[in-house]
Design a protein around this ligand. Structure first.
Ligand SMILES: Cc1ncc(COP(=O)(O)O)c(C=O)c1O
Length: 377
């Protein structure tokens, strides 16, 4: 079976974990945490970065930081992972689900304004598949209505909107280092704080509501319980793993882009015949090769193609059942039909995608898709 994902090891992970263990410091905020955070601030121009135990936790921190209260409304695309919404639901927010664009599964920014009410507190654009949302328009709306922006950049490491790194647009942004992402640490994430008003409180919330970070810097003479918070800080073992990956980001990204391009070239003729659609990448964004997806004409074709690929020992998958239709939220949703989100959910296929995927495997996968449609490869 060609797996859907295979975690890639750059080679130094075990050495760095051993180094952390030998140094006698394996709880959080040691040298590997600092080096990883510094990597992001210097390479991408983020203001402040805090490693977290997951992107989910980074989203939960953002919801705490902007003080979401019961009844506040938050605008979120329906076509996303559950954590994007759940982090705000945990604080009592009402989620106003937005549809995505017709040609790509990012939030339809021209439809955001009509969803805003006096209770709206934040917009959460998801940079799906590392392809940027139209950030200029989102920033304009957020300024006009005084709303927070929290970029869900779980997929979006090393991708740019008009030459500025994704993750640098929101008051906050959140990244994932889950094993399916470009850069991994098993589980793991990061909160980026681009709004200076929240620098201090973000450290406190991450450290169980204490001012331990200030204490370690010698700014206060004892540390105390000063706010609400929780345990969002990963251990140095996770950070050591992550840093070994970050050092190799250029190589990892080059390889992933090559894989993406090869898939694209091989599958383009099927798109030209009108049988599938390939990812659309607007001019204003780069592609970070987080995933390769294709869209079938309808759900039946999608399901048949998935089964066919499985019979050929190829593990392709689909994802994101629209959140407005989920068992947990459908009764709370206001009933608007979100056609594009439903269409993406019903027709998308994600093909195997990982660093070690070989050209011969990619061409075998492409050939299988040709055969499914009765075409010669
Ligand atoms: C868009 C999006 N947001 C958030 C998450 C949550 O990430 P994590 O698994 O690091 O909590 C994911 C997970 O894949 C995701 O796809």
């Amino acid at each position: 079976m060609i797996p859907f994902n295979k975690p890639y090891l750059s080679g130094k992970e075990i050495d760095y974990i051993k180094f952390a263990i030998d140094s006698g410091k394996i709880s959080g905020d040691g040298s590997f945490t600092k080096r990883s955070q510094d990597f992001f601030t210097s390479k991408y121009g983020f203001q402040k970065c805090l490693l977290t135990t997951s992107c989910t936790d980074a989203l939960e921190m953002a919801a705490l930081l902007i003080d979401i209260k019961p009844g506040d409304e938050v605008i979120i695309p329906s076509f996303t992972f559950v954590s994007t919404a759940n982090a705000f639901v945990l604080r009592g927010a009402k989620i106003i689900f937005a549809d995505c664009l017709k040609e790509l599964p990012n939030i339809d920014v021209d439809k955001i304004e009509e969803l805003i009410t006096p209770k709206t507190k934040a917009i959460i654009p998801v940079q799906y598949s590392g392809i940027a949302c139209e950030m200029d328009k989102i920033i304009h709306i957020a300024q006009k209505y005084n709303l927070f922006i929290i970029e869900d950049a779980a997929h979006a490491i090393d991708s740019y909107y008009k030459d500025k790194a994704l993750g640098s647009f929101g008051n906050f942004s959140t990244f994932s280092f889950h094993e399916t992402k470009n850069i991994i640490s098993g589980e793991g994430g990061m909160l980026v704080i681009n709004d200076k008003r929240f620098t201090n409180r973000s450290e406190i919330i991450r450290e169980k509501g204490t001012n331990r970070s200030s204490f370690y810097r010698g700014e206060v003479d004892k540390y105390n319980w000063v706010d609400i918070g929780s345990s969002f800080l990963p251990s140095e073992i996770i950070a050591a793993f992550l840093f070994a990956q970050l050092e190799e980001i250029n190589d990892i990204q080059k390889k992933r882009l090559d894989i993406w391009q090869y898939y694209y070239e091989l599958l383009k003729p099927i798109e030209l015949k009108g049988l599938i659609s390939l990812p659309f990448i607007p001019d204003y964004t780069t592609n970070n090769a987080h995933m390769f997806y294709l869209l079938c004409k309808d759900e039946h074709t999608r399901n048949s193609l998935l089964s066919y690929l499985k019979s050929k020992e190829i593990m392709a998958v689909f994802h994101y059942l629209p959140l407005h239709l989920s068992p947990f939220y459908n009764k709370k949703h206001d009933g608007r039909i979100l056609n594009n989100s439903e269409r993406f959910s019903n027709t998308i296929i994600r093909l195997p995608f990982f660093y070690e995927l070989k050209d011969t495997e990619i061409s075998y996968i492409a050939e299988s898709i040709y055969r499914f449609f009765g075409l010669t490869f």
